[in-house]
Design a protein around this ligand. Structure first.
Ligand SMILES: *Cc1c(COP(=O)(O)O)cnc(C)c1O
Length: 239
């Protein structure tokens, strides 16, 4: 059962944290967007967030996402659409479903995946917005390309006709100390800035429930928050 009231309270608190961090780190007001990560959450919980005026959601598994995308259509109107972002690992046999059902993909790590997404993006839809995923902390378990391979990936994506390259995404190693969090995001920003100039990127997808203030301090334009909105998943041990 979704605890709808709790979702609304968390959403409000999360927006407040974002606005406070923008002010503290001299970022323009409302320059950081909130992407609600709804993986492992049911359609009812997502509907509760929509009722709180949240229209941007991130999902990590295609099979899990498609029925939820269908179920949430009844909450959409001609001028209020839910914007679905794909943030998980991408197998090549899933690219068609992603290209057909999502507005954004944050987790492109290979040119071959980008080529499939471009080829499979339906003509009637806007180009698919793309972030290249970078493994900024170099952890073996994390997806994304190494920083020194970032530009080659960006170059491979930017000319594909049905994609719109928007920026970079990263999931740094989990640090509880704010200074350690900032060091990782500072490295990410240093990688981003020259590429943003050269390729006209506008999106730095960085920051999660526990570290998004540090990401905002280092230039994040989109934070991805799951537990901070929907609460802890019972019995789930965070890696
Ligand atoms: C799950 C997930 C998040 C959200 O993490 P929380 O700690 O629940 O905020 C953000 N980004 C990605 C890529 C994720 O897979």
């Amino acid at each position: 059962m979704a605890d709808n009231k709790r979702v609304l309270e968390n959403l409000r608190a999360c927006r407040e944290r974002i606005r406070r961090a923008e002010a503290e780190y001299n970022r323009p007001a409302n320059s950081v967007q909130l992407l609600a990560i709804s993986k492992n959450r049911d359609a009812e919980s997502i509907a509760a967030a929509v009722a709180g005026d949240q229209w941007r959601f991130g999902e990590a598994r295609v099979q899990e996402a498609l029925p939820k995308i269908d179920a949430l259509r009844s909450f959409e109107s001609a001028d209020k659409r839910i914007e679905w972002h794909f943030i998980g690992p991408i197998q090549s046999n899933k690219t068609r479903a992603i290209a057909e059902n999502f507005a954004w993909v944050h987790s492109v790590c290979r040119p071959s995946i980008a080529e499939r997404l471009s080829a499979q993006r339906p003509e009637g839809l806007e180009p698919l917005n793309i972030c290249a995923q970078i493994n900024i902390s170099g952890e073996a378990t994390k997806s994304g390309v190494a920083p020194d391979a970032a530009e080659a990936l960006v170059r491979a994506i930017c000319d594909l006709p049905r994609l719109r390259l928007r920026g970079l995404m990263t999931i740094p190693s989990r640090e509880l100390d704010r200074e350690a969090q900032r060091r990782a995001y500072a490295a990410f920003r240093q990688l981003f800035e020259p590429l943003a100039d050269a390729y006209r990127l506008d999106t730095l997808s960085a920051g999660m429930s526990e570290d998004f203030e540090a990401a905002i301090a280092e230039g994040s334009t989109m934070v991805r928050v799951g537990r901070g909105i929907f609460g802890e998943i019972p019995g789930h041990v965070h890696a």
